[in-house]
Design a protein. Structure first.
Length: 160
Protein backbone atom coordinates (compact mmCIF):
# COMPACT_ATOMS: atom_id res chain seq x y z
CA UNK A 1 0.00 0.00 0.00
CA UNK A 2 1.70 3.19 -1.19
CA UNK A 3 1.54 6.47 0.67
CA UNK A 4 0.65 9.69 -1.11
CA UNK A 5 1.21 12.95 0.79
CA UNK A 6 0.05 16.45 -0.10
CA UNK A 7 -2.33 15.46 -2.91
CA UNK A 8 -5.49 17.37 -3.73
CA UNK A 9 -8.58 15.20 -3.19
CA UNK A 10 -10.85 14.24 -6.06
CA UNK A 11 -14.48 15.40 -5.82
CA UNK A 12 -15.69 11.83 -5.22
CA UNK A 13 -13.33 11.58 -2.20
CA UNK A 14 -14.90 14.52 -0.36
CA UNK A 15 -17.44 12.47 1.64
CA UNK A 16 -14.58 10.23 2.86
CA UNK A 17 -12.50 13.32 3.68
CA UNK A 18 -15.38 14.92 5.60
CA UNK A 19 -15.98 11.69 7.53
CA UNK A 20 -12.29 11.49 8.48
CA UNK A 21 -12.25 15.13 9.54
CA UNK A 22 -15.34 14.67 11.72
CA UNK A 23 -14.01 11.50 13.34
CA UNK A 24 -10.64 13.12 14.13
CA UNK A 25 -12.22 16.28 15.56
CA UNK A 26 -14.90 14.39 17.51
CA UNK A 27 -12.20 12.41 19.32
CA UNK A 28 -10.28 15.53 20.40
CA UNK A 29 -10.74 16.42 24.07
CA UNK A 30 -9.60 20.01 23.50
CA UNK A 31 -12.71 21.51 21.89
CA UNK A 32 -16.12 22.13 23.37
CA UNK A 33 -19.31 20.95 21.65
CA UNK A 34 -20.01 24.36 20.12
CA UNK A 35 -16.54 24.49 18.53
CA UNK A 36 -16.83 20.92 17.22
CA UNK A 37 -20.27 21.49 15.70
CA UNK A 38 -19.07 24.65 13.96
CA UNK A 39 -16.06 22.76 12.56
CA UNK A 40 -18.28 19.92 11.31
CA UNK A 41 -20.53 22.39 9.48
CA UNK A 42 -17.56 24.09 7.82
CA UNK A 43 -16.15 20.75 6.62
CA UNK A 44 -19.20 18.97 5.27
CA UNK A 45 -18.84 17.37 1.82
CA UNK A 46 -20.69 20.35 0.30
CA UNK A 47 -18.40 22.90 1.96
CA UNK A 48 -15.30 20.91 0.98
CA UNK A 49 -16.61 20.80 -2.59
CA UNK A 50 -16.93 24.58 -2.56
CA UNK A 51 -13.37 24.94 -1.22
CA UNK A 52 -12.08 22.51 -3.83
CA UNK A 53 -13.78 24.40 -6.67
CA UNK A 54 -12.59 27.83 -5.49
CA UNK A 55 -9.09 27.00 -4.18
CA UNK A 56 -7.99 23.41 -4.92
CA UNK A 57 -4.71 23.96 -3.04
CA UNK A 58 -6.64 24.65 0.17
CA UNK A 59 -7.24 20.91 0.67
CA UNK A 60 -4.30 18.54 0.98
CA UNK A 61 -4.60 14.90 1.90
CA UNK A 62 -2.50 11.92 2.84
CA UNK A 63 -3.57 8.57 1.42
CA UNK A 64 -2.63 4.96 2.05
CA UNK A 65 -3.81 3.12 -1.01
CA UNK A 66 -7.35 4.35 -1.66
CA UNK A 67 -7.98 5.45 1.93
CA UNK A 68 -7.60 9.04 3.06
CA UNK A 69 -5.64 8.92 6.30
CA UNK A 70 -4.81 12.59 6.86
CA UNK A 71 -5.67 16.14 5.90
CA UNK A 72 -4.27 19.64 5.93
CA UNK A 73 -6.74 22.47 5.33
CA UNK A 74 -5.50 25.99 4.69
CA UNK A 75 -6.39 29.21 2.97
CA UNK A 76 -4.73 32.32 1.64
CA UNK A 77 -5.08 35.10 4.19
CA UNK A 78 -4.00 38.53 2.91
CA UNK A 79 -0.62 37.35 1.64
CA UNK A 80 -0.19 34.74 4.37
CA UNK A 81 -1.32 31.13 4.63
CA UNK A 82 -3.69 30.21 7.44
CA UNK A 83 -3.35 26.56 8.47
CA UNK A 84 -6.85 25.88 9.71
CA UNK A 85 -6.69 22.13 10.43
CA UNK A 86 -4.27 19.26 10.23
CA UNK A 87 -5.11 15.73 11.31
CA UNK A 88 -4.09 12.12 10.88
CA UNK A 89 -6.24 9.05 11.40
CA UNK A 90 -5.50 7.51 14.81
CA UNK A 91 -3.92 4.30 13.52
CA UNK A 92 -1.46 6.23 11.30
CA UNK A 93 -0.22 8.73 13.89
CA UNK A 94 3.36 9.00 15.14
CA UNK A 95 4.80 8.16 11.72
CA UNK A 96 5.72 11.71 10.69
CA UNK A 97 2.77 12.13 8.31
CA UNK A 98 1.58 15.43 9.81
CA UNK A 99 5.12 16.80 9.55
CA UNK A 100 5.23 15.73 5.89
CA UNK A 101 1.93 17.50 5.23
CA UNK A 102 3.34 20.63 6.87
CA UNK A 103 6.41 20.43 4.61
CA UNK A 104 4.07 20.18 1.61
CA UNK A 105 2.25 23.26 2.94
CA UNK A 106 5.58 25.11 3.20
CA UNK A 107 6.22 24.36 -0.47
CA UNK A 108 2.77 25.53 -1.42
CA UNK A 109 3.21 28.74 0.57
CA UNK A 110 6.50 29.44 -1.22
CA UNK A 111 4.92 28.85 -4.64
CA UNK A 112 2.12 31.26 -3.71
CA UNK A 113 4.61 33.91 -2.63
CA UNK A 114 3.50 33.88 1.02
CA UNK A 115 6.09 34.85 3.60
CA UNK A 116 4.40 33.21 6.58
CA UNK A 117 2.15 30.32 7.60
CA UNK A 118 0.19 30.88 10.76
CA UNK A 119 -2.23 28.83 12.83
CA UNK A 120 -3.59 28.24 16.29
CA UNK A 121 -4.02 25.38 18.69
CA UNK A 122 -5.65 24.99 22.06
CA UNK A 123 -3.34 25.79 24.97
CA UNK A 124 -3.79 22.27 26.38
CA UNK A 125 -3.10 20.44 23.10
CA UNK A 126 0.36 19.13 23.95
CA UNK A 127 0.64 16.97 20.81
CA UNK A 128 0.02 19.94 18.49
CA UNK A 129 2.37 22.16 20.46
CA UNK A 130 5.15 19.58 20.17
CA UNK A 131 4.53 18.98 16.45
CA UNK A 132 4.33 22.68 15.55
CA UNK A 133 7.46 23.48 17.53
CA UNK A 134 9.41 20.63 15.95
CA UNK A 135 8.32 21.80 12.47
CA UNK A 136 9.71 25.31 12.95
CA UNK A 137 6.64 27.17 14.19
CA UNK A 138 7.05 29.78 16.95
CA UNK A 139 4.48 30.85 19.49
CA UNK A 140 3.21 34.38 18.86
CA UNK A 141 0.89 34.77 21.84
CA UNK A 142 -1.79 33.18 23.98
CA UNK A 143 -5.35 34.39 23.54
CA UNK A 144 -7.57 33.65 26.52
CA UNK A 145 -11.33 33.22 26.38
CA UNK A 146 -11.36 33.48 22.58
CA UNK A 147 -13.10 31.31 19.96
CA UNK A 148 -16.04 29.57 21.63
CA UNK A 149 -14.79 30.79 25.01
CA UNK A 150 -11.61 28.73 24.87
CA UNK A 151 -7.90 29.57 25.20
CA UNK A 152 -5.59 29.37 22.16
CA UNK A 153 -1.95 29.80 21.19
CA UNK A 154 -1.22 31.58 17.91
CA UNK A 155 1.76 30.24 15.97
CA UNK A 156 3.77 31.38 12.96
CA UNK A 157 6.40 30.01 10.64
CA UNK A 158 8.35 32.33 8.38
CA UNK A 159 8.73 30.90 4.88
CA UNK A 160 11.50 31.58 2.41
Amino acid sequence: MGLVLGATPYPDELPQLSDLFCSVVEALPYYNRQAKNAAFAKHSPAMLKESLSQKPDSLMIAKAGLEIIGFCFNREDDGLIWLSWIGIRQDFRRQGLASELLRALDGQAKRMGAHKVWCDCRTNNEASKLMLGSCGYSEICVISNHWYGQDYILWEKLIG
